[in-house]
Design a protein around this ligand. Sequence first.
Ligand code: ZN
Length: 503
Amino acid sequence: MDAREAYDELLRRFRERALLLSSKAVLEWDEETHLPPRGVAHRGQQLAQVAGLAHDLLVQPRVADALDVVDASPLVADPRSEAAVNVREWRRLVARHTPLERALVEETARRVSLAQPAWADARDRNDFASFAPHLERVLEVRRLEAQALWPEAPYDALLDEHAPGMTAERLRALFEPLGAALRGLLDRSRGAERRPRLDLLRRRVALAAQRRLAERVARALGYDFDAGGLDESAHPFSAHLGPHDVRITARFDESDWSEGLFGVLHEVGHALYDQGLPPEHFGTPRGDPVSAAVHESQSRLIENGVGRALSTWRWLLPLLRETAPGVFDDVSVEDLWFALCAVVPGPRRVPADELTYNLHVFVRFDLEQALLAGTLPVKELPSAWGDAYARALGVRPATDAEGCLQDGHWGAGIFGYFPTYALGNLFGAQLLAAALRDLGPQDDAFARGDFGPLRGWLAARVYARGHELSADELLVAATGAPLSPDAFVGALRRKYEALYALR
Ligand code: ZN
């Protein structure tokens, strides 16, 4: 087998695997949006079968042999070439899967598919006890996997799936000073005399009108509805089902019209990334996103960097007035902006303001390490959660539903993902600062609803590059500097000093 033949065979096999995984994504998307309750068990079997097949395609000796042949050839001489990028990431994938038995992969998929509806049900009924045994069973298989991969650092083994190159130690070194800076700014805003008019967010906007507004905003941001669509689900998410098929979901709420809109902004940020990946490289790393952490940077950048910019609301307030005639006639853009960015320490992560959001993440980062290590027994999670919130945010959730049951990640078997939200905030702020430096201020463009220049910048430096670079390399290439919390903290400081008239 010469190197060209070996590479072509790898392309064929990994594209086959990508087709399987995108079929799995359709099954998962359907499970979250339309699957009837009695269909859950069969769906679990389907997902387990596909996960097993996808695993088998990776761990065959022929794959390892072909990788060796290509790796020893001039095809990979240039580390930025398509072949070099693909082989580098294929090797990482194969190394992650080879130590795992197919039986464990299937068992994990089965347990997760049962735990997910159990979690949703437990949250709806505020009944942690009914979810606890599922969480135990999921933790058990994820521990086995982590042990098989990196026995000396099991949490890092799971984290590496979502933020390659990151370790718990590196995260702690980033998060500790960041937490101190955020708490300092939080204390200052608490003492401020200027207060936001939060009642503006509770003014009534009909659900159908909220949806129309969200679609209009999504379109203006560049989301392609001909290569996607907006559905409703209990938890908003985006799903990359294939090239030219990137769906988003939303949840609209009459008690706060802004939550649904910001949920859509977040998912559009994810979807723009997936819609901007090079479709000709679908199914290979050259056409994949870099990591969950970089993905979250794109969602947080759109949600907060764009969606919570004063200039954007100069464009959006008139649209909101059209959407809900008469409801916002007496409202100034400055007052609305203040309400939308207001610091409100609360029990829930998803609608949290930009300042306290990372504090929610840090609570989960600590607790999931303890759960995985077994130092925090599952039955003690609710009380540990309450204590951690009291310490970090000064609030204690009134129920488990708005406490440790609010997020579906752990029930979905996903550990080591939460840090990607905090990393996403840092990456996103650093990328936005670099974009504004390169493009010049975008206030006038945003105020017209023109996000084209920013999207073009992101498309060239992030979307179109696929997984050519690691997250750390991408950040240096796009911004000229390694990862640092400075851009994030600086932007928050400027925003909250202005909003709360802090000195
Ligand atoms: Zn996200």
